[in-house]
Design a binder for this molecule. Structure first.
Ligand code: ASP
Ligand code: MG
Length: 413
């Protein structure tokens, strides 16, 4: 008998019929002898609908009041699911974040969980009840309702699993696991049986949006085994764990992530003197713009070129700041480029294998794709390329690192 926290996302509880299906699923686990705590999101589209309502009143709704409102989405689904369970003879009880007491800080719309009082839930579990908890919401010290940021129900699920020392936190969603890359780009992408927290974080932050990043961080920190599963299809899903077992079959690269959200800025002909990087990036960070990749060239004629990437939403802002820095420093020129994409290979196997980066560069070279920037970390190599080559690059790398699914017999392609 295990204690399992099961989180169901918006599409899984998007209609009354689906909520009934979720109830069936929960019942099955419980009939099998497991203790179950369920966390649900609002019905799909509901949180957006509520935010739109608020925006009709004000462009920038007061965050405290916004939280009071958007937290109602989850309050509806917990009650409906509890009703559906009770109808099936499964004792169940629903709680809001406030009732469980999911204590958060007071950062409305992006609050962080500080503490969870697990006693009430434990009492219910002992009494044989399935506990249904509203995702995404908490309460601050003063009793104000808070929310955890978009997609925050994942974090609620993981935090509850940690507080209850659950055996597993299962995230049910509309995909059947974590893939080697986006199957819409690479038809031969494969579901991974297992991935480490570290790899998942890199994949998630690079744009594979299966799980909220904070939930993965949380799960890693508290060693909560996480499993991503399809809500309505059978299958083992993908287990996200701590251990990096070294097996012969373990591929060096676990996945290929990419994003089109960045833009590149270059300031050319800046003096090659101490403090230059600070002079350039100081004002950029003061303008609240986050910088991702950075490249500074070797000096030539006592001047150097400095290139970095920012989120595309920050591009215009960053360009303006950079232009005024360039004037002050007497730099030659400022160039910007929004038609770029970042592609990354991710894998803990890189730690123990040499030549991974060069294999990546070879695969790109074969496709005649020019690399504009490179950055590496212990388990990741990223390159910036021209956006129009993104899909080609991802496919080439997927093949080069032997991630393609084996061809299935007699499918006429
Ligand atoms: N309902 C919230 C949202 O749409 C939280 C969640 O679904 O995880 O962002
Ligand atoms: Mg979600």
């Amino acid at each position: 008998m295990a204690l399992i926290v099961q989180k169901f996302g918006g599409t899984s509880v998007g209609t009354v019929e689906r909520i009934e299906q979720v109830a069936e699923k929960v019942k099955k686990f419980r009939d099998g002898g497991d203790d179950i705590v369920v966390v649900v999101s609002a019905m799909s589209g509901e949180t957006n609908r509520l935010i739109d309502l608020a925006k009709q009143i004000s462009d920038q709704p007061v965050p405290r009041e916004l939280d009071v409102m958007v937290s109602t989405g989850e309050q509806v689904t917990i009650a409906l699911l509890a009703m559906a369970l009770i109808k099936r003879g499964v004792p169940a009880v629903s709680y809001t974040g406030n009732q469980v007491r999911i204590l958060t800080d007071s950062a409305h719309t992006k609050a962080r969980i500080l503490q969870i009082d697990a006693q009430r839930i434990q009492r219910d579990i002992k009494a044989g009840r399935v506990v249904v908890v509203a995702g995404f919401q908490g309460v601050d010290e003063k009793g104000n309702i808070t929310t955890l940021g978009r997609g925050g129900s994942d974090t609620t699920g993981v935090a509850l699993a940690a507080a209850l020392k659950a055996d597993e936190c299962q995230i049910y969603t509309d995909v059947d696991g974590v893939y080697t890359t986006d199957p819409r780009v690479v038809a031969k992408a494969q579901r991974l049986d297992k991935i480490t927290f570290e790899e998942m974080l890199e994949m998630a932050s690079l744009g594979s949006k299966v799980l909220q990043i904070r939930a993965v961080e949380f799960a890693g920190k508290y060693s909560v085994p996480l499993r991503v599963l399809h809500s309505f299809q059978e299958g083992p899903g993908t287990l996200i764990t701590l251990d990096e077992e070294e097996s012969m079959e373990q591929p060096i690269i676990s996945g290929i992530a990419f994003n089109r959200d960045e833009a590149k800025l270059t300031i050319r002909g800046v003096p090659d003197t101490p403090g230059v990087a600070f002079k350039i990036l100081g004002p950029i960070s003061a303008a609240n713009v986050e910088v991702d990749m950075i490249v500074q060239n070797v000096a030539h004629d006592n001047t150097t070129d400095f290139t970095f990437t920012v989120h595309r939403n920050d591009y215009n802002n960053a360009l303006q700041v950079l232009q005024s820095i360039a004037n002050e420093m007497g730099a030659r020129e400022v160039i910007g480029d929004t038609d770029i994409a970042k592609v990354s290979i991710v894998g803990v196997g890189m730690r123990s294998h040499a030549g991974v980066a060069s294999r990546m560069f070879e695969a790109l070279a074969k496709e005649n794709i020019n690399i504009q920037m490179i950055s590496t970390s212990e388990i990741k190599v990223s390159v910036v390329i021209e956006e129009k080559y993104l899909e080609l690059a991802v496919r080439a790398l997927h093949t080069a690192f032997e991630l393609d699914a084996p061809a299935v017999g007699n499918t006429a392609e």
